[in-house]
Design a protein around this ligand. Structure first.
Ligand SMILES: [Fe+2]
Length: 422
């Protein structure tokens, strides 16, 4: 089936970002179903979608119920590797699946175990594993395929709802049938993501002047004058009860390479700080705001389904299940730190953002295969997409469970041994 341009009803917001053009998607949305493997997960914006603020709810961290030894993941049938993905070998006939630590500080890859088959005990242990490792990737191998991609939308939602109230995204496309499944999508004609640099001729768009025009607007206003498209962030941290467990599944990835995901450990980032800096940050709170996200949606004519929201969260977040402390900084959403002067606030956000995003020695990078799915705990993990190959379809879905109100960590003075470690 050839790609076709289809007019869709307007989703243009009345919010008008200063100086930015408003794009009418009734004239620009291109639907490209050619070669699409999961059309029921195609990005959809329902006209008139309006979501209320998330209701407060009683949160229970499932990791608290987990067997601390995590026997589903650590048992006699598991081979644990530290050497990096793709390099393991079977050394024992009792081995049925594999755990591979992506790096010493963040990320583990599981093969030989189907995420979708975990029972409640397994799901509890997964919450604990994510709290400790930051992110858990599940991949298929010759014997065991991941089936999360193929189970129904209803079953997917049930699995994630086990961890908390599901989040409805204000701006991101969703599936036609669910307001709680966000769709992350690009292809070679779609304008959901921009492709190429502003100086590079875009042949795909050249046949359609209107879409070509939109692409240029997006290039100018989505990543204005930026060298890199890496955008490190925590999802939806502006919520009063921001996300915890989050599922992200690769429905389709056509590119021969590229489109990876970067993750960074917010726990290790805290651990490395000096005692005076830890003490300072433990007493500080930051205001997370949705306004940057809303303004971007307004500029590109995207959906805007919720009122703006902002929340004050502690800069150092103490995890309910592990007691680990993490630097809860979202470079994309923090407007300021409470109590600091403007220049102090600007400086601190720049320092922490640079530190978190440039410290490759507590980062990991994952190369996706179709059907892979990851589960991460947003409270301990920063992430970014790698948008380095915009000429191919990249189709993911994300389902997000909200967690509790962040607990402000109490500073713990260093022990005698700690002092002499510096
Ligand atoms: Fe994200």
């Amino acid at each position: 089936m050839a790609p076709s341009a289809v007019k869709q009803p307007s989703t243009v917001s009345t919010f008008e970002a200063k100086g930015a053009p408003i794009i009418d998607r009734t004239k620009t949305t291109a639907v490209n179903m050619e070669g699409l493997k999961y059309p029921e997960y195609y990005p959809h914006n329902e006209p008139g979608d309006k979501f209320p603020d998330a209701e407060p709810f009683e949160y229970h961290d499932r990791a608290l119920d987990a067997d601390p030894t995590m026997p589903v993941f650590y048992n006699d049938h598991v081979q644990i590797e530290e050497v990096g993905y793709g390099q393991w070998s079977i050394e024992s006939s009792t081995v049925s699946f594999f755990l591979v630590n992506l790096t010493p500080f963040i990320g583990v890859k599981v093969t030989g175990l189907d995420l979708a088959t975990l029972d409640e005990a397994g799901q509890d242990q997964l919450a604990l594993l994510a709290a400790k490792k930051g992110i858990v990737f599940f991949a298929s191998d010759d014997k065991v395929k991941q089936t999360f991609r193929d189970i129904s939308q209803k079953r997917k939602l049930e699995m994630v709802r086990y961890y908390g109230q599901l989040h409805k995204n204000s701006v991101q496309p969703r599936t036609h049938d669910s307001t709680e499944i966000s769709v992350v999508y690009q292809d070679n004609i779609n304008t959901v993501r921009v492709r190429s640099s502003p100086n590079k001729p875009n042949k795909q768009f050249s046949n359609c002047p209107l879409v070509n025009y939109v692409a240029k607007i997006l290039q100018k206003h989505w990543w204005p004058n930026r060298l890199s498209r890496a955008v490190w962030h925590i999802d939806q941290s502006q919520e009063h009860q921001p996300p915890g467990m989050t599922f992200f599944c690769c429905m389709q990835a056509d590119a021969p390479t590229g489109g990876d995901t970067l993750v960074g450990s917010l726990v290790e980032a805290y651990e490395r700080l000096s005692p005076p800096m830890k003490q300072f940050l433990c007493g500080l709170r930051a205001v997370h705001s949705s306004k940057v996200m809303s303004a971007k949606a307004a500029r590109v004519g995207g959906a805007l389904r919720k009122n703006d929201i902002e929340s004050s969260h502690p800069v150092v977040y103490e995890q309910p299940a592990t007691g680990l402390k993490s630097i809860y900084i979202n470079p994309e959403r923090i407007s300021h730190f409470e109590g600091l002067r403007h220049e102090e606030s600007e400086w601190l956000l720049r320092f922490l953002s640079d530190y978190l995003t440039k410290s490759a020695d507590f980062h990991a990078r994952y190369k996706w295969s179709e059907g892979d799915v990851c589960v991460w705990d947003q409270r301990v993990c920063l992430h970014s997409a790698v948008l380095d190959n915009m000429d191919y379809r990249r189709h993911f879905i994300r389902i997000t469970a909200l967690a509790g109100i962040p607990k402000q960590a109490t500073y713990t003075p260093p022990t005698y041994e700690d002092k002499y470690a510096y």
